[in-house]
Design a protein around this ligand. Structure first.
Ligand SMILES: Cc1cc2nc3c(=O)[nH]c(=O)nc-3n(C[C@H](O)[C@H](O)[C@H](O)COP(=O)(O)O)c2cc1C
Ligand code: SF4
Ligand code: SF4
Length: 367
């Protein structure tokens, strides 16, 4: 995973929007995605049931009136094939009970498809068979599925609801097992839960639930989301509005998912905007939580900005733009320094993003 596009590169695709379609069984197929392909950056089709146990669960759910897909692996492959020329990052949401079933499906679809493990479905026929949300009651079993897919070179996403288990422990375990993406239905937990997960692992995080306005979307992006996804309200006009909003943000701000400053509740990425540790403020507990010593933090920042425009800033509080605030905080001293070195505000934020990536890499390398 790299972050070279103005947004992010996911499984080799530099996405054209950080807004994705989330799966809805019986609804989100290729035709549904095609109707929305201009307004999103990626899509998870499905969920599809991929082994005898989950297929029989789907039949039971259908008999109770729930919409389900009835598709063989070849049928799903054909759906994915028909989306290849959309330029979207493509994923498929799968319900299964064994690593073997997931591997067989992933191998049929190919490496350019994100394989998403559905640990979300809470329909009783599915959980009775040990699939969907029941996977969260067997973390070693879930980790085995993730590890098997990872070892075979597939991009692995895990879709789950927050608050079912210890989310920080889950995120860490999935990261160590080889997951690439956590697709989190945040339910009513909001950004505090998202920040907790962001501060636990360096994986791509897709924030899901209730993304129906730019306010909700911005709240997710400023607390750790790399992408957001939409299911129930995924009407083309809303998707278009959200993607358009993000294009303008990326252009104007320079960092589409810039975190809040740490003293305003930002996640670890917000350390890129922090001062040196000189006073009692939110920086000190944040450094402790990140496992960074005071001196280590200063050396890390100073080293990372050496030779970059952020090393400038003699007229700023700490003599370096490395310690300067976000552009949303007005400051004439920072702006004078930016003007002096010919850096626009959006270029400054791009540099801050690069600095935050160095900080995050350092934090998680040691864990
Ligand atoms: C009809 C319906 C079917 C769904 N099917 C799936 C599924 O198969 N797999 C899955 O991971 N989530 C499924 N979901 C959950 C959604 O992907 C999403 O997590 C949830 O609806 C919250 O997002 P939203 O507020 O944007 O709708 C389904 C949701 C709905 C409404
Ligand atoms: S160091 Fe500065 S930006 Fe960071 S938490 Fe403290 S006051 Fe806020
Ligand atoms: S110079 Fe301005 S932007 Fe830089 S640290 Fe001081 S107050 Fe913040």
């Amino acid at each position: 995973m790299t972050k070279e596009s103005q947004y992010i590169t996911v499984n080799g695709t530099a996405v054209k929007s950080p807004v994705f379609l989330a799966s809805m069984a019986g609804i989100t197929d290729a035709a549904y995605v095609k109707e929305r392909a201009d307004s999103v950056g990626g899509a998870f089709i499905g969920g599809y049931s991929i082994d005898d146990a989950t297929r029989s669960a789907s039949k039971e759910m259908e008999a109770c009136g729930r919409a389900e897909f009835d598709a063989s692996l070849e049928d799903i492959k054909a759906e994915l094939e028909s989306l290849r020329d959309t330029g979207l990052a493509l994923g498929v949401n799968l319900r299964g009970t064994t690593a073997e079933a997931y591997l067989a499906a992933a191998e049929c679809f190919g490496h350019d498809v994100i394989c998403e493990i559905d640990a979300h479905c809470r329909q009783k026929p599915m959980t009775d068979r040990g699939a969907g949300e029941a996977l969260l009651s067997d973390i070693p079993g879930l980790s085995d599925i993730v590890s098997a897919l990872h070892a075979a070179g597939f991009c692995v996403s895990v879709k789950f609801r927050a608050g079912i288990t210890d989310d920080a422990a889950l995120a860490r375990t999935l990261w160590k097992a080889g997951a690439d993406i956590l697709h989190v239905d945040l339910m009513d937990f909001g950004h505090a839960k998202l920040r907790q997960i962001r501060n636990t692992c360096p994986l791509i995080i897709i924030a899901n639930n209730g993304v129906t306005s730019d306010e909700v979307m911005r709240d997710y992006f400023s607390h750790g989301a790399d992408l957001v996804s939409v299911a129930r309200k995924a009407a083309p006009p809303l998707l278009h509005y959200l993607s358009d909003y993000m294009a303008r943000t990326a252009e104007e701000v320079g960092w589409y998912n810039a975190p809040k400053q740490v003293c305003r509740g930002g996640d670890f990425r917000g350390l890129t905007f922090c001062c040196p540790p000189m006073k009692q403020c939110a920086l000190l507990p944040t450094l402790k939580a990140a496992g960074l010593g005071h001196e280590e933090y200063v050396v890390l920042k100073n080293t990372a900005v050496t030779g970059t425009p952020l090393a400038e800033g003699s007229s700023t509080c700490f003599g370096s733009l490395a310690y300067c605030c976000k552009t949303s905080t007005p400051c004439m001293f920072r702006d004078m320094s930016l003007a002096g070195c010919g850096l626009s505000k959006s270029e400054y934020m791009k540099q801050k993003r690069l600095l935050s990536e160095v900080i995050m890499k350092h934090i998680f390398e040691g864990r």
